[in-house]
Design a protein around this ligand. Structure first.
Ligand code: ADP
Ligand code: MG
Length: 327
């Protein structure tokens, strides 16, 4: 049976080129790009809460990296490094091999070097990833910069990950074709790294949708001290979400479903042309869904009438927090 150090060497120690010192010493060492500041984030994933223990190890690895890179994307940071703390119920090498494949696969795609971590035995499979990215000084996309009159934008489509989860849990029924389209959004989300970087100097505020569109936009509103008016019909929906939009459960997925990892951002109207060009160059749908108004409320209008939001998003300590979900 391999020991802790053997497991680290086998699955987590990879050569680094940007960092001065990676896995293998007491600490890692790395320098900084002049004129930049560091954006650092940690996200934890726990079996049964953020993923099903039966999920494929590769998808768990992908998601552990993706949710952290998504936070860097939401700040407009360029991903550089990651650290991985992992508590394992057993030294399941089949799991570790698959997990490392998904984890390092996504890391490599964005040039992220894994420079350290911690490996321990624990009762419940628990993963904690810390990601570090660089952003030119003063250009980070924070939550507190939205101003009255700004447009509200959303990338990609909303609700697909939640539709997959709802289908899995029996809350609604997707066709096979719809399921095939939605499940990857839940299991192998795409962090919108290139978009975050492109929005530097353009977006006034930004957040990634991990808990739900309404809840996450709500965080921006609260931090910025403003309100927003959003048009439900303007929200970007996949074919699957559009097909189910008359079902309240599906509308709930769109407005309050977590795990989309799209970016919601605000920008002044004189940036519309630039943002349309970014959408074109990235091949990514960017939709203008509403505007920032005075006050503190989020109003979502459907057919001109304010919608009553049963819930706004995922809250680990709230009443609706059963089963995997939330960022
Ligand atoms: P220490 O006892 O000094 O904290 P460890 O024995 O915990 O060191 O870890 C040895 C080296 O392996 C360190 O460089 C640490 O950062 C790295 N490491 C441990 N676990 C992981 C992991 N899961 N992923 C990446 N690096 C890891
Ligand atoms: Mg240690």
């Amino acid at each position: 049976m391999p020991g802790e150090f053997e497991l680290i060497a086998r699955y987590f120690a990879r050569p680094v080129t940007r960092a001065r010192l990676g896995v293998g010493d007491d600490c890692a060492l790395f320098g900084s790009t002049p004129g930049h500041e560091w954006a650092i984030t940690t996200d934890m994933l726990i079996a049964g809460r953020h993923f099903f223990p039966s999920d494929g190890p590769g998808t768990i690895g992908h998601k552990a990296m993706a949710v952290n890179l998504s936070d860097l994307a939401a700040m407009g940071a360029t991903p550089r490094y990651a650290l991985l703390a992992i508590a394992l119920p057993s030294d399941d090498e089949k799991f570790l091999r698959g997990f490392a494949g998904g984890f390092f696969g996504l890391a490599q795609k964005y040039g992220v070097e894994v420079i350290g971590g911690d490996t321990t035995r624990g009762g419940l499979l628990t993963l904690s990833v810390t990601a570090l990215g660089e952003v030119p000084e003063g250009q980070a996309l924070r939550r507190d910069g939205a101003r009255v009159g700004d447009d509200v934008w959303v990338s990609g489509t909303l609700g697909d990950a939640a539709l997959a989860l709802a289908h899995h849990q029996g809350g609604l029924q997707l066709t096979t074709e719809e399921a095939v389209a939605c499940f990857p959004r839940l299991y192998v989300p795409t962090p919108r790294i290139e978009l975050g970087i492109a929005l530097r100097g353009i977006a006034t505020a930004c957040i990634d949708v991990s808990d739900g569109f309404a809840a996450d936009l709500g965080h921006v509103l609260e931090c910025s001290g403003v309100g927003a008016q959003v048009t439900f019909e303007a929200l970007p929906l996949s074919a699957a979400a559009a097909a189910h939009v008359e079902e309240p459960a599906a509308r709930d997925c769109v407005l309050a479903g977590g795990d989309d990892y799209e970016l919601v951002f605000t920008a002044p109207p004189d940036r519309r042309l630039q943002i349309d060009k970014i959408a074109e160059s990235l091949g990514l749908r960017l939709s203008r869904v509403g505007s920032i108004v005075a006050g503190s409320d989020l109003a979502v209008l459907r057919a001109g009438e304010p919608m009553i939001l049963a819930r706004t998003g995922f809250d680990h300590f709230g009443s609706a927090s059963a089963g995997p979900g939330g960022g």
